[in-house]
Design a protein. Sequence first.
Length: 271
Amino acid sequence: MIRRLPVVITAVALTAAVLTACSSAPQPDAAPSAGGQDDLGLVANSTLTVATEGTYRPFSFHEGGGTGDLVGYDVEIIEAVAERLDLKVVFQETQWDAIFAGLDAGRFDVIANQVTINDEREASYLFSQPYTVSPGVIVTADDDDSISSFEDLDGRTTAQSLTSNWYELATESGAKVESVEGWAQAVALLQQGRVDATVNDKLTFLDYEKTDGPTGLKIAAETDQAGEQAFVFAKDRAALVEAVDGALDELRADGTLAEISEKYFGADVSK
């Protein structure tokens, strides 16, 4: 049952509102009241709530093995975007398995966690323009010139995680696969000469080379098509996506994206 306020109370409230409006100067572009939203659909005080894992080095992680500040490639880029838009940033660290459900539930405004654009995700979400572009690569010993294309993997042995997309690419190229748990084990086998190559994302290799190099390894070949990673939004956040895209354009034009890329990867992976 809907309860109605007494008419006298409503009249008093209306009179007070009119008097307040008459006695106050207009406030253009004022911040929304508590619980309200601004033109970008953000909560009061223009706070951008960002979901990220916080355990995904070098994109989103804590310095000092988990005890320090939240840092990383994705963290710095979304912070730079927010600064351009004059927004405050609040990070919500969320496990990958729950990150899309949290966006669906409205617990945050955007995901910044190296999410790859694909048809299935585009059917359910909006994406910003890409801020990371990275192909798949074949990694070999730096003195091995026998592999220079994916066709050269035919009959060779690669080290791959059996649950990764790179396993599929290696087998489609005719490689025999040595099963490993992840990148570290694949690299160890390659450096020991027990496999001929490993296939992985270029960013993974660049981060490894910058952090642990010289590694004695090299990129022998790249895929023709690169994966593109972007910020993710709910379908009803078109205005926010447009604003973020504008900020990314500015950050790309003034070299900020390239600078952040060089810091973490030693190369510009933003285009």
